[in-house]
Ligand binder design. Structure first.
Ligand code: C2E
Ligand code: MG
Ligand code: MG
Length: 244
């Protein structure tokens, strides 16, 4: 297993503001296997607990290294519903922040809508404890699941990630443009952040900015990168230097 990091960019301040940690599995015979293929199997077998621990630990260590080099990035880590249902997520986050010295506000946990609707009471208490620790919470692939407005209010997450399926045809499909605009305005009304995923062209980025979405992630800005590639990018690009 290894991890790649995909940069996240703020168009307004023209800076890299963070990176999403994406797990990679290079099979000796089959080559690179997509996480979309192996994560569901790992969730079924319970192996996702070990994978999740590995990713969280490595990603926070890496973020701390970047901070020590003067790059004030936040690190986004995907959390599976299996990790959320288990009892050790809070302990893991506490231990990893402790070990690495990364400040909690720079760790962003990406939850899916299905986590929030699965067992609301149980999940609510974990989310509240994470929030109290100062961890940043976002909803991944927003708009593809239940998009329940009541949980957005109850869980008071910090950020919505507009799913790439809406961004892909943003410029050609009127319905997708309406959905993207609705999500941006929803985030604005709730006074939370929003970021668009899967931004592949400058035209999409311009359109998103015009619609009021300043944060983007996607191939246009950068594919998921190795640490070495990411270091090269950080050396040549404006990066957040201090907390906003
Ligand atoms: P995700 O969290 O929504 O991550 C975004 C996915 O979109 C990544 O795919 C990324 O490589 C891809 N992507 C980014 N920009 C673009 C773009 O401009 N165009 C297109 N077409 N794709 C883009 P990846 O790395 O294959 O990961 C797929 C999914 O696997 C992730 O979706 C996430 O749900 C899951 N995943 C990845 N790493 C982890 C992990 O460490 N833990 C857990 N639980 N899930 C993970
Ligand atoms: Mg994600
Ligand atoms: Mg996503």
């Amino acid at each position: 297993m290894s991890i790649e990091y995909q940069p996240q960019f703020n168009l307004l301040i023209e800076s890299i503001i963070g990176a999403e940690a994406l797990v990679r599995w290079r099979h000796p015979e089959l080559g690179i296997i997509s996480p979309s293929d192996f994560i569901p199997i790992a969730e079924e077998s319970g192996l996702i607990i070990d994978i999740g621990q590995y990713v969280m630990r490595q990603a926070c260590h890496q973020a701390k290294r970047w901070h020590d080099q003067g790059h004030c990035l936040h690190i986004a880590v995907n959390v599976s519903y299996v990790q959320f249902m288990g009892n050790n997520l809070l302990q893991l986050v506490t231990d990893v922040l402790d070990e690495t010295g990364l400040e909690a506000q720079f760790l962003e946990l990406e939850l899916t809508e299905s986590i929030l609707v699965s067992d609301p009471e149980n999940v609510l208490s974990v989310v509240q404890l994470l929030r109290n620790m100062g961890v940043f919470l976002s909803i991944d692939d927003f708009g593809t699941g239940y998009s329940s407005l009541s949980y957005l209010k109850r869980f008071s997450v910090h950020k919505l990630k507009i799913d790439q399926s809406f961004v892909r045809d943003l410029l050609v499909d009127k319905d997708d443009a309406i959905i993207v605009s609705a999500i941006i305005n929803l985030a604005k009304s709730l006074e939370i952040e929003c970021i668009a995923e899967g931004v592949e062209t400058e035209a999409q980025a311009n359109k998103l900015q015009e619609m009021g979405c300043q944060q983007i992630q996607g191939y246009w800005l950068g594919r998921p990168l190795s640490v070495v590639q990411m270091n090269a990018l950080l050396a040549n690009t404006k990066v957040m230097e201090q907390i906003e």
